[in-house]
Design a protein around this ligand. Structure first.
Ligand code: PLP
Length: 377
């Protein structure tokens, strides 16, 4: 099936009792048992929920893999991946990942005996150099937040296969519509479904996808044992949203490409970061592994005062954290999403005080362009 057909149908069939076409929201914490040990396969809401199961099957189909495991947030999904490891294990991580991932690894998981090496994963040799005898996982975010640096998924997945490491890609920025890491050889793709998958800025959620049965079995166990499951209602909202993922992503990307081109010729802007621009350092890899360039753009205004004034002068772009919703958002990563990353670390990969990040929505692009133009002047 094509992507849009799967997006609308996968994981869902008319309800057995009533024929309801849309998957019901199974708001129940428990299930009746006929006699001791005899039930319909459902025992307790943390372990089994049909609305959640429909979402898991749906997104797994979109990522072209067998298994999905949904969580209550992107970070609880990433945390569950850390639970695959043991004290003393070492993980190689992309240096400019989402700030919350950095905080989870560096300020929490380290206390449980995990070791992390932060490297620029856009060059395979940096991963090779960081390899240790106790390395167990390579965790890559591509494109990164907020620098939009790209790592070669296939190259890294092959390296991980050879060295027997678990390869993970945080695929939040692209969604399965534009990028499918498992098809490229990765073991695991993880999303904050809060962003493009749900796309309407009204749910916090996460999901892990894999085609490895062993990893799935363990994660399913962890999902139940740790208990960071999404609510039936949040699962339902996200399932509703993936139906329009293809059309939303097309529009996000079309709008962003137009805005990035406009910004790259603008005199008041020092630098534009967008994988679709030919001067993006990994533009060629982007073209190879992504079928679109997405809706995220970062711009360096050269001066923190200009950045501060720009983010408050735009009117359609709302000043807020998060991304990937139908509405356009703007944020100042240093003071908002990336506050927990130390200054010298940030500046090493270009995350300056004057950097502003745009999450381009699906409004009319002419309105977005004039909003930017007005704020600039
Ligand atoms: C938002 C985000 C996360 C964290 O997800 P939550 O749903 O906020 O917990 C992880 N990775 C990336 C790339 C994100 O943008």
């Amino acid at each position: 099936m094509g992507f849009s057909t799967d997006a609308i149908h996968a994981g869902q069939s008319p309800d057995l009792t009533t024929g309801a076409v849309m998957t019901p929201i199974y708001m129940t914490s428990t299930y009746a048992q006929e006699e001791l040990g005899k039930h319909k396969g459902y025992e307790y809401g943390r372990t089994h929920n049909l609305t959640r199961a429909a979402l898991e099957k749906n997104v797994a189909t979109l990522e072209k893999c067998d298994y999905g495991i949904a969580f209550s947030s992107g970070l609880s999904a990433i945390h569950s991946l850390m639970m695959l490891l043991k004290s003393g294990d070492h993980v190689i991580v992309t240096d400019n990942v989402y700030g919350g991932t950095y905080r989870l690894f560096e300020l929490i998981m380290k206390d449980f005996g995990l070791e992390f090496s932060w490297v620029d994963t856009s060059e395979l040799q940096n991963i090779e150099k960081a390899l240790q005898p106790n390395t167990k996982m390579v965790f890559v975010e591509t494109p990164t937040n907020p620098m939009l640096t790209i790592s070669d998924i296939k190259l890294i997945a092959n390296f991980c296969k050879e060295k027997k490491l678990i390869s993970v890609v945080d695929n939040t920025f692209m969604s399965p519509y534009f990028q499918r890491p498992i098809e490229l050889g990765s073991d695991i793709s993880v999303h904050s479904s809060t962003k493009y998958l749900n796309g309407h800025s009204d749910v916090i959620g996460g999901i892990v996808l894999t085609d490895k049965e062993k990893i799935y079995e363990r994660l399913k166990y962890i999902q139940n044992a740790v208990g960071a499951v999404p609510s039936p209602f949040d699962s339902w909202l996200t399932l509703r949203a993936t139906k329009t993922l293809a059309v939303r992503m097309e529009r996000h990307s079309k709008n962003a490409e137009q805005i990035a081109k406009y910004l790259s010729t603008h005199k008041k802007i020092k630098k534009v970061f967008y994988p679709g621009l030919e001067d993006h350092p990994q533009h060629e890899i982007a073209k190879r592994q992504m079928s679109g360039f997405g809706g995220m753009i970062s711009i360096d205004l050269g001066d923190i005062e200009k950045a501060k004034s720009f983010v408050t002068k735009v009117k359609i772009f709302t000043l807020a954290e998060s991304l990937g919703g139908v509405e356009s958002l703007i944020c100042h990563p240093v003071s908002m999403t990336h506050g927990s990353v130390p200054k010298e670390k940030r500046e090493k990969f270009g995350l300056t005080d004057s950097l502003v990040r745009l999450s381009v929505g699906i409004e009319d692009v002419d309105d977005l362009l004039s909003d930017i133009e007005n704020a600039m002047s």
